[in-house]
Design a protein around this ligand. Structure first.
Ligand code: ADP
Ligand code: MG
Length: 238
């Protein structure tokens, strides 16, 4: 487990500055949800935490250690995307175990960890299947299995449910919350969905145009939005 401290982070693409001094403190084990309009920088921030995007200025600390120059594979982080690409010609077992295989872990360890992840995600009976033989929700769970199999300190989710239908979204919301309660890892979760933010977050970060507009517990933001913009996102009439 680990805390994540984001301090005065800027992001520039050549001349274009898209992030202007973002600061967010995420406690160990906290479930933090990032919301904000399309293009405000949610994915960019996640990708900087993961190390997939360079930080132009500022620092990100994970578990106290500055990670600006630490490559993604050494960050102890797992990321689940909106379009979770599973390998179509690999079984569920091999899809989940893939990161460990890439890390050249011994077969016995891979087997043990895949079975453990499958147990947590209720996939134990599906390990021999191929992705096309699974429902949307089962596929999403396999994608999560691939993330948890590495036992990361921090989970990053980028709109993981936005491709699923409304009913499945509700189910997966509950499952992700349960996963969090069980694993007690730090989670940073990006969503467009206000209900997801309100029901899942310990803390919500509202972003706008590359800045943090307001940070607070769901009910704090709901009851005391700083402005009409935040109110619009969190749903209380301003
Ligand atoms: P969000 O996830 O909140 O929709 P993004 O983080 O994807 O927003 O994008 C934030 C801003 O950075 C947007 O204005 C986007 O156009 C810009 N951006 C993202 N990636 C690049 C890139 N590779 N080159 C230039 N601009 C980019
Ligand atoms: Mg995005």
């Amino acid at each position: 487990m680990a805390d994540v401290k984001i301090e005065k982070v800027f992001k520039r693409y050549s001349n274009l500055e898209v992030m202007h001094g973002v600061g967010v403190d995420i406690d160990d084990g906290e479930f933090v949800v990032l919301v904000g309009p399309s293009g405000c920088g949610k994915s960019t921030l996640l990708r900087m935490i993961a190390g997939l995007e360079e930080i132009s200025e500022g620092t990100i600390r994970i578990g106290g250690r500055i990670v600006n120059d630490v490559p993604p594979k050494d960050r102890d982080i797992a990321m689940v995307f909106q379009s979770y690409a599973l390998y179509p010609h690999k079984t569920v077992f091999d899809n989940i175990g893939f990161p460990l295989k890439m890390a050249k872990r011994p077969q016995a360890e891979i087997k043990e960890k895949v079975h453990k992840a499958a147990d947590i995600l209720d996939l134990s009976k599906l390990l021999d299947r191929y992705p096309k033989q699974l429902s949307g929700g089962q596929r999403q769970r396999v994608a999560m299995g691939r993330a948890i199999v590495r036992d990361p300190q921090v989970f990053l989710f980028d709109e993981p449910l936005s491709n699923l239908d409304a009913k499945l979204r509700v189910t997966m919301r509950v499952e992700i919350k349960e996963l969090h309660q069980r694993l007690k890892t730090t989670i940073v979760y990006v969503t467009h969905d206000q209900i997801e933010a309100m029901t899942m977050a310990d803390k919500i970060v509202v972003m706008r145009d590359g800045r943090v507009e307001q940070i607070g517990a769901p009910l704090d933001l709901y009851d005391h939005p700083r402005n009409v913009f935040v109110a619009g996102f969190i749903g209380s009439p301003a």
